[in-house]
Write a protein that binds this ligand. Sequence first.
Ligand code: ADQ
Length: 477
Amino acid sequence: MVGRSSFLIVANRLPVDRNVEQDGTASWRRSPGGLVTAIAPVMQRRHGAWLGWHGAADEELEPFEQDGMSLIPVPLSATEVELYYEGFSNATLWPLYHDVVAPPIFERPMWETYRAVNERFANAAAEAAEEGAVVWVQDYQLQLVPAMLRKLRPDLRIGFFLHIPFPPVELFWRLPWRRELVEGLLGADLVGFQLPGGAANFRRLCRRLLGVPYKGNEIFLEDRVVTTQAFPISVDFGELDSMVREPQVISRAKEIRMELGDPEHVLLGVDRLDYTKGIGQRLEAFGELLKEGRIGPGEAVFVQIATPSRERVDEYRRLRDDIELQVGRINGENSVLGNQPIQYFHQSYGKQELAALYLAADVMLVTPLRDGMNLVAKEYVSCHHDLHGALVLSEFAGAADELRQSFLVNPYDVEDVKRQMLTAMRATPHELARRMRTMRRRVATYDVDRWASEFLTALETPASAPATSHSASWRSG
Ligand code: ADQ
């Protein structure tokens, strides 16, 4: 049994994946991803613990140690995975928070299971935290946890970070359980968002729904103050920057270009297969450019990597069929013997292979219809110390706030995407270097370490006193 901790991460998933060998022996491997990398040093320094589901339904596991981190598995039944995770988290909240680009499903059993699972996470966190501990809750699957936890353990310092956008009041208003969700978040001392716009949406919502006043970043409850602030997440710039200088990654990048038939332009898309990512829109733009002859036969190859994602949710199954049909159609109409303009892969890749792909790509296409941040855009920039490469980036990705020197597009405007794709392909090396240099400076400075440390510093800095003069009418707890 793991002792109580002074620093706790509470997230839907533990930062490890189970690896089962052919002989049946199982071991845990740290999952890839910036969040773990950024938080691991803090965890080690503070004897932290991470609470989350371990990925297998209907299985209870004891806490265990891995890579100097204490991991506390929270069990989920198969029905809970269906209703809390695939249901309320990914079929209700995900589309609602992403501009309703797909219709959200509002079903009471999903909500009730979401609440029950959040309660289980809050109870587990209350048990695991030592007196006065810092608890950092992650993302939309656990928005009720802050208030539930505060009720059980008012001594804790509770932070929450939302990785996806926070929608405008008008959209959020549709949610039948809007009040409970907002009250859940207000249980935190600090609520972090990717962008200032998300934080502003949340403050306005609190005022309209609960009548609580705010000033600047602070929301004044009757008995305490909640700080709301933007902390744009980032990537491990240093790790990627040195990876693409390794000889084997450089030669793999060259090999990739050769395998693609050494075209003049390699275009790349890397996404989870999700309807928010605008994969169909960029394929359409590329297909039209081919059809109109503005991209010649063999001139460009577009590599689209789509990681399998949420495959049991209906909307995702339909999306996969649509994309694969679209790829087939464009290739069918535009291929010549020995050359297919779109290379599509429905697979996951290791870090090094992904870095080699980024390095090999002349044009990176990141065209989400809405995205909290989008790490792929920042990963691409981190991989181009050669100052070569163009980033075509949607105005609707959080990353567009920082990467102003990208080729910005409105993904809903197919002519705009086509125009910017061509502009990116035809830009001079001097122009590309000028843009890339500025973007790299930004990502190198605001990397994922800085994100985590700025959040934790803000969390541990007490906010203003709850001033009665602000006449709050709503009491937390
Ligand atoms: P995601 O929606 O998952 O994250 P994103 O930010 O692009 O989106 O991160 C995807 C990650 O998966 C990247 O690190 C990428 O390298 C990796 N990846 C994608 N395809 C892969 C493949 N085929 N093989 C291996 N790795 C692959 C959510 C929000 C985002 C926000 C992040 C972090 O939706 O807006 O940026 O959280 O807060």
